[in-house]
Write a protein of this length. Structure first.
Length: 131
């Protein structure tokens, strides 16, 4: 329930009033339902997940993955939601940094080649789109 609590605290930071009543009103649920969620007895419903996503500007799929990962009972279900979780592992972060560094060296070589070969052209436009 750690991720759910962190998401709810993020909603609290967005709200002007920080009380449980204000949080329940913002999520369009009763205070008793919110108390059960905060106690770890229930998970956030889909409507509450949508409200959390709207209020915090976190993508809805990330909110759903985080909250479902919290309440998953079996290792198989936990692994399913964990793969969709927005968390980045240290290994993934290091791999991304290595790819970015390798791409920067390649781009530097390519740009010097383009500059050398495009001097004779009257007009030259280079457009690159990365996804």
């Amino acid at each position: 329930m750690e991720s759910t609590r962190l998401l709810l605290e993020r909603v609290r930071r967005v709200l002007q009033r920080k009380s449980n009543y204000a949080l329940a009103q913002a999520l369009e649920m009763s205070q008793s339902d919110l108390a059960k969620i905060l106690a770890g007895k229930h998970a956030l419903g889909m409507k509450a997940c949508v409200r959390v996503a709207e209020l915090t500007q976190v993508p809805l799929l990330d909110v759903i993955a985080l909250t479902q990962e919290d309440v998953a009972k079996t290792p198989k279900n936990k692994a399913f939601w964990s793969r969709r979780s927005p968390r980045i592992s240290a290994a993934t972060a290091l791999a991304a940094v290595a790819l970015i560094a390798a791409g920067a060296r390649t781009d530097a070589k390519a740009s010097s080649t383009v500059q050398n070969t495009s001097r004779d052209l009257t007009t030259y436009t280079l457009c690159e789109h990365r996804m």
